[in-house]
Design a protein around this ligand. Structure first.
Ligand SMILES: [Zn+2]
Length: 420
């Protein structure tokens, strides 16, 4: 869980990849199946029925899709991911039932009906209001704050609203006979500009693409909705069978193709918000002396049964073992709190990339300096470097056998030494 500054557990995760003024945010509202215990109690379904409802309504793996797309794009990108299921509150609906057309079938911001149109909650206006106050409003405010920061820094904000939908219609759908293309681009008259729609059309050129079918519209928080035309937004909904097996939820080969197309849209969106004033940054050169200092780092890893030396970690966890930190971007010292937030964000990114990260520490030989890190296997050096770049690192470590190698994240330099 991410702790907010006032100590409460927040309902979203914000990742900033690539640093330096992102103008693009990927919004992932429906990927989670998690429901807080007290919210679960008020849901009328038994565990099996809730499981089936979550399977139908969750945009499974769209968090991984968005993260992978952002990593591959290699431009500054923010990711805003809902930690809770849409069955808690749906951030994409209007909280005011009078404005929300889906409220008439019990599917406003707080669902009272399931996707099968069976009862999900007792009608209780007070309880509904409490859920909106506890989950919906803070989420919308945090998202709008992020967009405001982007507008201040960049002058534009481009929201890419990432969803998926089932290949067969669910009973709650308003238009069950609507076309169900591989990719549905949802647009808004004010917030989807022709340039953005054009960029999305080009990015998904290899797919069968429809517009606003079977679902329409795209997300903009109420603070900007129809008020600030500098907040651009487009919804990308992938039909679920294009990237996973809908019965088991397992990803298939189509996932990578989708990641590639989404990365293309992220890149062209980045260009759209920075046209006229490029902010491309050059990472600092890493002098030979500093490379030699890096390679002297002493790595230790917290395995399942206690702390391991670098070589013991390789033996126990496998090789190549990558050690990646998010701390102190390009050597700029940050506060402990900032580094901890970056560390947690990197851990989430690694999990969402399909890894199991183990806590690790990199220390100077004299022990005067250390950085929290993560140890992972199951990725290649290209991915490890890419993740290092996303977290503004000069280098990552690669351990195999008795060799500790430092790999430059920018360029292709490497330095190695033997460890015991
Ligand atoms: Zn969705």
């Amino acid at each position: 869980m991410t702790q907010t500054q006032n100590g409460a557990v927040s309902g979203w995760t914000l990742h900033r990849l690539g640093g330096f003024q992102p103008g693009v945010v990927l919004h992932v509202p429906h990927a989670s199946r998690a429901i807080p215990g007290d919210v679960r109690t008020a849901i009328l379904l038994d565990d099996a029925a809730l499981d089936a409802e979550l399977a139908a309504m969750t945009d499974r793996h769209t968090d991984r899709l968005a993260l992978s797309g952002a990593l591959l794009a290699e431009v500054p990108t923010a990711l805003f991911v809902n930690r809770w299921s849409r069955l808690v509150v749906d951030p994409e609906r209007f909280a005011d039932d009078a404005l929300e057309q889906m409220a008439s079938i019990g599917m406003g911001a707080v669902y009272r009906s399931t996707s099968q149109l069976a009862p999900l909650r007792e009608p209780d206006t007070d309880a509904q209001r409490r859920l909106v106050g506890r989950f919906f409003d803070p989420y919308a405010d945090a998202f709008a704050d992020l967009v405001d920061q982007m507008l201040d820094a960049v002058g534009h904000a481009i929201i890419i609203d990432v969803h998926s939908y089932p290949s067969r219609p669910l009973p709650y759908e308003r238009e069950p006979n609507a076309a169900r293309p591989e990719i549905c681009l949802g647009t808004d008259l004010v917030h989807t500009t022709p340039e953005l729609l054009d960029a999305a059309t080009k990015a998904f050129a290899g797919f069968d693409v429809g517009h606003n079918t079977p679902f329409a519209g795209t997300y903009v928080a109420l603070r900007h909705y129809q008020r600030d035309p500098r907040a651009w937004s487009i919804m990308v909904e992938a039909r679920r069978d294009t990237y996973l097996d809908e019965d088991t939820g397992t990803l298939h080969d189509g996932f990578d193709r989708l990641v590639g197309a989404l990365a293309g849209l992220v890149r062209s969106s980045h260009e759209l918000c920075h046209r006229g004033g490029a902010v491309d940054h050059r990472p600092p050169e890493v002098p030979a002396g500093l490379r030699r200092t890096y390679v002297q780092t002493v790595v230790s890893v917290d395995g399942d049964n206690g702390r391991l030396s670098a070589h013991a970690a390789v033996e126990q966890l496998g090789e190549p073992l990558y050690i990646i930190t998010a701390a102190n971007p390009f050597g700029t010292m940050l506060s402990e709190d900032d580094n901890r937030a970056r560390h947690e964000s990197l851990g989430d990114v690694l999990i969402a990339s399909g890894c199991r990260p183990y806590p690790a520490v990199g220390s100077s030989p004299d022990g005067n300096w250390s950085e929290e890190s993560w140890a992972v296997t199951g990725i290649g050096s290209a991915t490890a470097r890419r993740i290092g770049r996303a977290f503004e690192q000069n280098a990552v470590f690669e351990l195999s056998g008795y060799t500790q190698r430092v790999l430059g994240c920018f360029g292709d330099w490497a330095v190695e030494r033997q460890i015991d």
